[in-house]
Design a protein around this ligand. Structure first.
Ligand code: MRU
Length: 351
């Protein structure tokens, strides 16, 4: 399995996604500050992977503290959580994971747990999130794989694969599962300017698994759809609002419009930790603006004239009306999403 991130006695080991596909190297983060840095610099990226990384960051904060008691550690715990929460604003999995660690810490503090117990429980919680993430990807993969055609081209945007999760992937998990079900899928991977998650990461991880893949430039999708080469689109999400609007990598919205125009099903695959019912619509999702250098330069080489204006929003919002179905580990949701999301929440609450 692709080793996106793993716990070691020294800290969290990350495959360096800024160096793939030409170099397979690893970065060790042994403090919570280092975990925050690898999230900001996108050594690790993808909503579920960011969430679990932050959980390990919180655990590292506890394990490396100089405090001697749980009470003494409590103010530092808030600093650790705030630093990790300040890394990337759009992927709600980050806040979901930190909130889960905060709730656990609150319970442990109230119960009078000693610092060593707190350290072990926070680490165990991060491990649990890691395992749950892989299980969720496998389950949503099985649900989504059944929706894909028996054969033909499937377009994906960005990287919502094993590299964006703890393993298997969301959108790419759906594709993996379809292939495992014997479907003859050919993946078209949008290159995904400016960070090239599609060209570098999706292409790399699908080739590792021997899945047929063709990289296309982002501006080629319409023409391929018109030529009948794309039978379905499947993408991931960074945050799904209560009405089904969702944020994902910039350019996803373009693909959704194109899919609708060509009558092609457009699926969004995400774990429940990506659903944010506290955010009513896509308009309220915070969109990260990243450094202009990601647009002006590639591989250290400048592409644009000095001083030109640059715009670099990392995500866009796709309105729910473009989404054929949302694939989660709890099942496949259909419009109207404001109702199907609530209904799924209600059923899960009873289980
Ligand atoms: O900026 P990134 O690379 O973190 O953006 C990643 C995406 O947009 C993914 O599609 C999303 O996080 C889902 S990953 C399973």
């Amino acid at each position: 399995m692709i080793p996106t991130l793993s716990w070691t006695p020294e800290g969290v080991r990350f495959i360096d996604q800024t160096r793939l596909p030409l170099e397979e190297s690893y970065v060790l983060a042994s403090t919570y500050e280092q975990v925050a840095d690898v999230i900001v610099t996108m050594v690790v990226r993808g909503a579920p992977a960011i969430g679990v990384s932050a959980a390990y960051g919180v655990a590292l904060g506890a394990l490396k503290t100089r405090a001697r008691t749980t009470q003494e550690f409590a103010p530092e715990f808030e600093i650790v959580c705030a630093r990790l929460a300040g890394t990337r604003p759009t992927a709600v999995n980050l806040f979901w994971a930190i909130d889960r660690m905060k709730r656990l810490f609150g319970d442990l503090l109230a119960s009078g747990a000693n610092l060593s117990q707190v350290q072990q429980r926070l680490l165990a919680e991060a491990h649990a999130m890691y395992d749950e993430d892989i299980a969720a990807c496998k389950t949503m993969g099985a649900f989504g794989g059944a929706l894909l055609p028996d054969e033909g081209g499937v377009l994906t945007h960005c990287n919502a694969g094993a590299l964006a999760t703890c393993g298997y992937g969301t959108a790419l998990g759906v594709i993996r599962s379809a292939v495992e079900q014997g479907k003859k899928i050919h993946v078209y991977a949008d290159e995904t300017r400016p960070f090239l998650q599609g060209a570098r990461l999706t292409a790399w991880e699908l080739m590792e698994d021997g899945i047929d893949t063709t990289v296309i430039c982002d501006n080629m999708a319409a023409s391929l759809m018109r030529a009948g080469k794309i039978k379905a689109v499947v993408v991931g999400a960074d945050r799904i609002a209560a009405n089904g609007d969702f944020a994902n990598k910039i350019g996803t919205y373009n693909v959704a419009i194109l899919a609708k125009e060509h009558g092609i099903p457009f699926y969004c695959a995400a774990p429940w930790s990506t659903i944010d019912t506290a955010t009513p619509t896509g308009d309220a999702i915070p969109i990260e603006e990243r450094s202009p250098v990601e647009v002006t330069h590639h591989g250290g080489k400048q592409l644009t004239p000095h001083g030109v204006g640059i715009c670099n929003p990392a995500f866009d919002v796709t309105p729910a009306r473009y989404v054929t179905a949302v694939i989660t580990e709890r099942g496949v949701l259909r419009a109207p999403y404001s109702e199907s999301l609530k209904e799924m929440e209600r059923i899960a609450g009873q289980a």
